[in-house]
Design a protein around this ligand. Structure first.
Ligand SMILES: *Cc1c(COP(=O)(O)O)cnc(C)c1O
Length: 469
């Protein structure tokens, strides 16, 4: 499979290069040159597969030509072996036609594990085939860092450095990163804010010598491989409630638009999805877009669902590309407008196509607590604040009653114990796999908010480091 950039001015690449490079050189995002299509009979035939087999089958056309192509199922078996539920992504029925798709049975209790556990192995295998190594650097205020660390721990071809603001992440989040005992994992607690950490990561990527010497790489949510691995659970969940003989709707608590875009890919491949419901917290740029056709940035406010506290959704560019008939120049113009004025409006034809498939709903923190409380009262289930936003959106969208509504439960309630306890009076317990989290030994290095010192630390500890010329 070849991949093209959404901005039309970067070279086409094969899967392995797309995996390792992340962003295209023209600033765009990579998408497959064409969508693989499954017939109805082929989709029906997937219903008997277990999760790792389904994952290999769904991802196969996207990795055609890659060194991974020959042995994809051994990779997916290894990726999902550590998940604590036998079904990997179990469904729970919570109403007449309402289901939760539980995507929190991986090592860090959020849906990002479902992609990153596979992507970490992909990095390792592709790099070994090339006899190469990378240094991954990233900044985190919470969830992404721990999922990336769990995905790359102990991998020979990868060293990972995650910066977090000292004293400014929750204790659960910090311990999920700092208690990982692997020689290739480096946690750096910076005496500064999350923005300071992010600025330092950007500065490291912008320094061409440093970037080249260390073979810097990232596993952020614009990486196509993460989207690809997320397509799998849309098939999994829809098959479980009667697809392809029945259409379904998905409600997705959304931040960067990566997760819901994976659903769009499943739809392009032939899965009958009648509607996507995009759930947002008070950072409602997407809800406003689906209401008006204008994407307009505002400031970010902190909410109970921090993984959706976003100013813009970078993966939305991929949907734009599809709905502008893959016109990279047109996408570039809108992205330039956004950069210059903080706003763009899509042509009416594209807007009509988008709202035929998507609708958006917003929910503030008071509403989020109300939904957590009501859900507990009516079903006995504890849900996390992100899932609550999705569940509300699923109901508020007023879809036909006969359409199964599948809400993606993106995090385990024990990841956000304060909000859940506040809403229900019950403190959710960590699952057995993490029960000793608070007694495990932590490992991290405290560094000043100083780029030169952070770079020196990375250079000194990365195995791929070439001596500076
Ligand atoms: C990352 C995350 C989201 C947002 O997903 P996107 O792919 O960025 O839209 C939602 N919920 C949780 C718990 C997350 O960690």
């Amino acid at each position: 499979m070849r991949y093209v950039s959404t901005r039309g001015r970067a070279p086409d690449l094969g899967f392995d290069d797309v995996l390792l490079s992340g962003l295209a050189t023209d600033g765009g995002l990579y998408v497959p040159a064409k969508w693989p299509i499954l017939t109805r009979a082929e989709i029906a035939g997937l219903a008997s597969l277990d999760y790792p087999a389904l994952a290999a089958r769904i991802m196969a056309p996207f990795v055609e030509g890659s060194v991974l192509a020959g042995d994809l199922e051994s990779l997916t078996r290894a990726a999902y072996a550590s998940f604590t539920h036998k079904a990997v992504a179990p469904l729970k029925q919570i109403g007449a036609n309402d289901w939760l798709v539980e995507l929190f049975h991986g090592p860090t209790l959020a849906f990002k594990d479902y992609a990153l556990q596979a992507v970490g192995l992909m990095f390792d295998r592709v790099l070994k085939a090339r006899s190469s190594r990378v240094t991954i650097v990233g900044a985190t205020s919470g969830d992404t860092g721990s999922a990336a660390i769990e995905a790359t721990r102990g991998k020979d071809a990868v060293d990972i450095f995650i910066l977090h603001p000292e004293g400014r992440t929750s204790e659960v989040q910090r311990r999920q990163m700092t208690t990982v005992d692997a020689a290739n994992v480096h946690n750096i607690a910076v005496k500064g804010t999350f923005d300071d950490c992010q600025d330092m990561v950007k500065a490291m990527f912008a320094d061409t010598n440093f970037r080249g010497d260390l073979n810097l790489s990232a596993v952020n949510s614009i990486n196509w491989a993460r989207i690809m691995a997320q397509v799998v659970y849309y098939f999994w969940a829809a098959l479980a409630v009667g697809a392809p003989y029945r259409s379904v709707a998905f409600s997705v608590p959304t931040g960067n638009f990566g997760n819901v875009f994976a659903g769009f890919v499943a739809q392009r491949m032939g899965l009958p999805i009648a509607k996507f419901i995009v759930g947002s917290n008070s950072n409602d740029i997407l809800t406003r877009f689906f209401e008006t056709g204008a994407m307009t940035q505002q400031g970010v406010v902190a909410t109970l669902s921090p993984s959706m506290d976003i100013q813009v959704s970078s993966n939305f560019e991929r949907l734009l590309f599809e709905n502008l008939h893959r016109d990279g120049a047109a996408v570039s113009r809108l992205m330039d407008q956004l950069k210059q004025s903080g706003s763009y409006r899509v042509p009416d034809e594209a807007y009509q196509a988008m709202v035929a498939g998507f609708t958006g709903r917003r929910l503030d923190d008071a509403g989020t607590k109300r939904i957590i409380g009501d859900t507990y009262k009516s079903t006995g289930e504890l849900i996390d604040p992100h899932t609550a936003v999705g569940l509300y959106a699923a109901r508020a969208a007023n879809l036909p009653a006969e359409l199964p509504r599948l809400t993606l439960a993106t995090a385990h309630p024990a990841k956000f114990p304060a909000a859940v306890k506040d809403a229900t009076g019950i403190a959710p317990a960590l699952p057995a796999s993490l029960a000793d989290l608070f007694t495990r030994k932590e490992r991290f290095t405290v560094l000043p908010n100083d780029l030169a010192q952070v770079k020196a630390f990375v250079r000194a500890h990365a195995r791929s480091a070439k001596a500076p010329a």
